[in-house]
Write a protein of this length. Structure first.
Length: 368
């Protein structure tokens, strides 16, 4: 098995199957372990035990056991353990009264304040280079009982930043860097180089629009304190973009969760367009093993661009690897599930549609 598990620092190999999931646009990576004990043996682990998952020697998930489910008969006990990394505390927790989040302040500092507020031990790695929230445009007022992750996600969206976690379970603030992967996926007729075992896809434009416009206001209290008295230009802030892949006549007007300037409204509208575009095209493949298959030991990694040729799905494109599930078991070969979204899905750059021979999945970018 190419997946190695360490529980409380000790390597454990008496499992029937295991899997771990890493995702770019969702906080908290996760894992599952299936164990069979015989002759009435006691449970090998307990709730709260620390787990580390390594894929081909590379650490991918660090978390704790949160769920234990099982069944048994006279001879065998089947048990499934599952858990998430440390950032699950942000996903699950709600806020109390906070008064120390005041602009000018960085998104990283806000995250650190929320983490300190709930008493979690989570480091914040900022790879986003996003600008500070300032007095004039941002009134940061978390509500008592508001979900921690939802509060941070709304602020992150304002700066077009993704909240994810790394192999140590720490919070990562990132933007889509879309570096090239050394791997390649294909399913072509009568080609010995095919490496896609199976695939599923869904292309759905019902949640996409031609026009996107964000309508907001600046913080009138902060501006008033700064000497600004004319509120008309303050309360009328808006910015919009169009998606030229869609037909005119469909529009989406919305209010951002936080106060915004017109410039930020435009960026938020671009972000909304690209997020909806990403979610409208779902493509997942199953492949053998956990490595990219180029003779190297490099495992598949999120936030990388992978060239894909799938004649059945009508895809000839470089797509962004958004989610990876690594699986291993005693009775089956190692496999990986790879989920993709279109290139540029998490940026504020809107690409004009290019000509393509795709019969299904129109709008993907053709690669050479």
């Amino acid at each position: 098995m190419s997946i190695t598990i360490r529980v409380n620092g000790t390597e454990y190999d008496k499992f029937e199957s295991a899997q771990c999931t890493i995702q770019l646009d969702a906080l908290s990576n996760s894992f599952e372990i299936d164990v069979i004990t015989t002759n009435g043996a006691a449970l090998p682990f307990k709730m709260g035990d620390a787990c580390e998952f390594y894929v081909n020697g590379v650490k991918k998930v660090t978390g704790t056991i949160e769920i234990c489910e099982g069944d048994y008969n006279a001879t065998n006990h089947s048990i499934r353990y599952s858990g998430r990394d440390k950032t699950a505390a942000l996903v699950d927790s709600t806020l109390g009264k906070l008064s120390d989040i005041k602009p000018p302040i960085s998104l990283k500092a806000i995250c650190q304040s929320i983490i300190s507020h709930i008493g979690a031990s989570i480091a914040v790695i900022d790879n986003s280079t996003s600008s500070l929230f300032n007095d004039a445009e941002d009134l940061i007022t978390p509500e008592v009982g508001q979900n921690c992750y939802e509060f941070l996600e709304a602020l992150a969206a304002k700066r077009q930043v993704l909240l994810s976690s790394n192999a140590d379970g720490n919070l990562v603030l990132t933007k889509s860097k879309e570096t090239a992967s050394g791997g390649r996926l294909q399913n072509q007729l009568n080609d010995n180089g095919n490496n896609i075992l199976s695939a599923s896809f869904s292309f759905n434009n019902t949640e996409r629009f031609y026009k996107y416009e964000a309508v907001a206001q600046l913080n009138p209290i902060a501006l008033n304190n700064g000497g600004e008295t004319d509120l008309d230009p303050v309360v009328n802030q808006s910015g919009g973009v169009t998606d030229n892949e869609m037909v005119a006549g469909r529009q989406y007007i919305f209010k951002p969760a936080k106060s915004s300037s017109s410039e930020e409204c435009k960026l938020r509208a671009e972000w909304e367009l690209n997020m909806r575009k990403a979610r409208s095209k779902e493509y997942t493949v199953e492949v053998n093993g956990h490595t990219i298959g180029t003779g190297k030991d490099e495992v598949w990694d999120i936030n990388t661009l992978v060239p894909i040729t799938d004649v059945f799905a009508g895809i000839t494109a470089k797509m962004l690897l958004n989610k990876v599930v690594f699986r291993t078991s005693l009775d089956q070969a190692d496999q990986s599930s790879l989920s993709f979204v279109p290139e540029g899905s998490y940026t504020t750059q809107i690409s004009e549609p290019r000509s393509s021979t795709n019969k299904v999945g129109e709008g993907f970018t053709t690669f050479p």
